[in-house]
Ligand binder design. Sequence first.
Ligand code: FE2
Length: 288
Amino acid sequence: MSPSEAAEKRRRAEVLLCRRSSGWPIFHHLVRSALQASGLAARGLRNSLDVQVRHQTWTTPAQVAGLRILHLSDTHLDGTPGLEKKLLEFILASPHDLLVWTGDFRFRKWAFDPAELEPTLWLLRRLPPPRFGAWGILGNHDLAVQVPLLEAAGLKILINQGVEAAPGLWLAGVDDPHHYRSALPEAALSGRPADSFCLFLAHSPEVADEAAARGADLYLCGHTHGGQIRFPAFAPFLNSRAPRQRNHGRFQVGKMSGFTHSGSGSSTLPFRLGCPPEIVVHHLNPTE
Ligand SMILES: [Fe+2]
């Protein structure tokens, strides 16, 4: 699929979905009011800026071993003032060869004001280009109109496309599987060299079965925020149709490994409890 065909497909999906969606304004208002009344709002805001850098190690073929992949997801940067400065500090201190950003750059969903992307563009303009590039995909909070702005700031967006990002590494990126349901794994894997290692990017874990069936090796996603608010002994609310064990951290589907990011930002409001925001560095290590 050519870049213009991919962008046009996403624009058509937005026209259909934005027409019938208005978000959950009453639910969000109730959540905000309840947190303010409980006195937890200030603590939750502090937590939402308490970014943790986590490391994950994966066993891979020798041709990609040694690569370090810095993974951002669900930054929603215009929703948490000051978060972009925190992320910049941690990214600059985390050596990596490739940066991947699995969607949800902004807070709102359905309409777009260019100011909503400003903190993301501020951050991108200050990042030194990684050796094998900075790559992103669209999430369910994103619109196609954001793509040229992100790309002009140095983040190449893959919409149902794949590219040989590094020697022996096929990087596949699909469109949003959650709201827009426009992910096309077969298009993103088209052209993949037979012996390459496939790193597959999707906004949510909801197309992991399809990616595994088509031979992807490592599936990176986000969307669920790990629940964002977690209480001990209670299962968190998770906004995805994927099996529950795929909604937070590491998972396995056949031979394919997967990882669902807890999110670097917050949605609904800048509030986190029991589930800190994170930056993840994935280390590809040689097969034993
Ligand atoms: Fe999302």
